[in-house]
Design a protein around this ligand. Structure first.
Ligand code: AMP
Length: 220
């Protein structure tokens, strides 16, 4: 199964991609995670991407297209994948189509998780991360037992630079301007399913499963 998860930052794409992995064992390809790893490792790619990511702006298309092209060629993608955070622009969507054509396959479904901006801002700006083990908390909805410290390893929690409120608002502006237009493109191709991304994670997953069911695959 080859799936694109669309949705603004904080919509829950990563969470749902993990659920799809648990059930179908199709890898999650998150361009955001790949770029963050490159920043942490201090690679050339990371050095180019870091200031843009910090500012909530998009990294240039050619960079992310190259990343995804390399990743899709790896053996674990042969049975399918979940793209999380890619494509984010029309040129990226066009490049994806060409890549898949070269690999002899096509997308099965594009799931767009719909969440109002105010909910997103609350979700993201309350997020805290453990820099040691990557655990994710939320100051309101999933607080650690001792405020500010990781439950598992005791490290002080941090807020990602791009999770600060003004950066979140910028990321949402970028999403509306650059990524929302992809919905019309995929709707026209009969691939788009819009799903309410507010509610329990399990309930949202049930809706995603419904959208992926074969009887829906021909639905516009
Ligand atoms: P994410 O974790 O998906 O929200 O991505 C974090 C940041 O990485 C974004 O704000 C962008 O700066 C960059 N990024 C991730 N995916 C892409 C993409 N497909 N195109 C351009 N920039 C991206």
């Amino acid at each position: 199964m080859k799936i694109v998860l669309l949705g603004p930052p904080g919509a829950g794409k990563g969470t749902q991609a993990k659920k799809l992995w648990d059930e179908f064992k199709i890898p999650q390809i998150s361009t955001g995670d790949i770029l963050r790893a490159a920043v942490q490792q201090g690679t050339q790619l990371g050095k180019r991407a870091q200031p843009l990511m910090k500012a909530g702006k998009l990294v240039p298309d050619d960079i992310v297209i190259g990343i995804v092209e390399q990743r899709l060629k790896q053996a674990d993608c042969s049975k399918g994948f979940v793209l999380d955070g890619f494509p984010r622009t029309i040129p990226q969507a066009e490049a994806l189509e060409k890549m898949l054509r070269r690999l002899g396959c096509k997308l099965d479904r594009v799931i767009s998780l719909e969440v109002p901006d105010d909910v997103l801002v609350e979700r993201i700006s309350g997020r805290r991360i453990c820099p040691t083990d990557g655990s994710v908390y939320h100051v309101l909805t999933n607080p650690p037992q001792r405020a500010g410290y990781c439950d598992k390893c005791g490290t002080g929690l941090i807020q990602r630079d791009d999770d600060k409120e003004e950066k979140v608002r910028e990321r949402l502006r970028v999403y509306a301007a650059q990524t929302e237009p992809l919905k019309a493109l995929y709707r026209k191709k009969g691939l788009l399913s819009e799903i309410n991304g507010v509610g329990s994670q399990d309930g949202i997953y049930v809706e995603i499963r419904r959208a992926l069911a074969p009887r829906n695959s021909a639905r516009a």
